[in-house]
Design a protein around this ligand. Sequence first.
Ligand code: SDX
Length: 431
Amino acid sequence: MASNSLTIRDNRTGKEVELPIIEGSEGPGVVDISNFNKDFKLFTLDPGFRSTASCRSAITFIDGDAGVLLYRGYPIEQLAEQSSFLEVSHLLMYGELPSPNQCGHYRALVSNHTMVHEQLLNFYRGFRRDAHPMAITVGVVGALSSFYHDSLDINNPRHRDISAIRLVAKVPTIAALAYKYSVGQPFVYPQNKLGYVENFMHMLFAVPCEEYEVSPVRARALEQVMILHADHEQNASTSTVRLAGSSGANPFAAVSAGIGALWGPAHGGANEAVLKMLTQIGDVSRIPDYIRRAKDHDDPFRLMGFGHRVYKNYDPRARILRKAAYDVLRDAGREDDPLFKVALELERIALEDDYFIQKKLYPNVDFYSGLILSAMGIPTNMFTVMFAVSRTVGWISQWLEMMNEEDQSIGRPRQLYTGHARRDYVPMKDR
Ligand code: SDX
């Protein structure tokens, strides 16, 4: 009997099968069940995929119990403190921190693709001014594939690489255009002399009638927010990108699907929901009532920004963002911001409350990110778009990894059927 296997016995037939256990480089190993249906004529059932590994990946490692997050082995704390978003993008996409030459080449490559086709600007005018920027972004990113017929052969490595660069380069431009359109301000073109984050801020906030000076404190805070949101293993939106890409769909369509998945309030939409919740609570005196409601199963209210499927410890990203939030609020002269006070008090109370302690509900990445974005003058309905801009590099890195797999095949889960057995059609006259 091999030591690294599970023996599964079917008590209906007495049949026993050894399932190999495959160890990774870090974290839990996996049981290879790829022959399970052939061996037992059964499927495994795991709603929400709580116990299911969907793929092999070398990009991001999370230890939810220890609150550890590594990008290609580097601790998120060190990258957030010392790295840049473009450097982290290179790391996620190609597996290594870039050398000075590689960094210069990558920066130039991305800068050369920051503009969108002028025709694409017409898409924005088809939306209502009050359209949610996520609705605009999911549509426009998907439409990118209508402009690049020259490089949509996903079996061509060069096409895959240029599409990845185009997405990393253009999604900030598309996001900024969505914001400008929603506030009725003229579109601002990219400025390639600026850094990636500074350029993004310039496209968001510059207006033709005056010079726009990027605040170094806010640029650094936004860069940290973007580094922290860049990738996160096989979360719902990344799994969506992988599944869409597994059918051979082009990367623009796959990333557009990922943006749609990210929009949900249980996922990337949580940062917008956190700000709405903090505003709804309004004052520290009202926190106990909301904590009570969050614990009441009959009350749909949830403490947005708390809890995580994987982190059963403090989300390491939240810890970093907590400090960044204070820095940006102080820079904006708003360290006494009432919402920040509500957030700090809500966190303090929740971390002392037995319900949250027992269910291991800690603040997650979305709890503080909204406060930072709000302090930077970014409206709440743009928060998830900001998340999508950061996560695009994670999505495209995971897509590239999947497309380079030897045994890459279309993802096609099965089901436990609970519907009617076969029955004959009943003509209307007999119903
Ligand atoms: C992100 O997957 C990723 O990596 C995502 C992400 C990334 O970078 O891609 O980290 C980004 O999406 C962060 C999560 C943002 N979402 C929120 O902040 C929304 C609020 N959180 C919850 O919706 C919830 O915690 C989830 C969705 C995040 C996790 O849900 P799970 O793992 O399915 O946990 P669960 O819903 O089964 O909850 C376990 C228990 C339940 O109680 P019981 O039924 O066991 O009695 O905890 C309770 C829940 O009722 N619970 C909460 C709660 N979250 C869970 N109770 C109150 N407030 C909450 N926020």
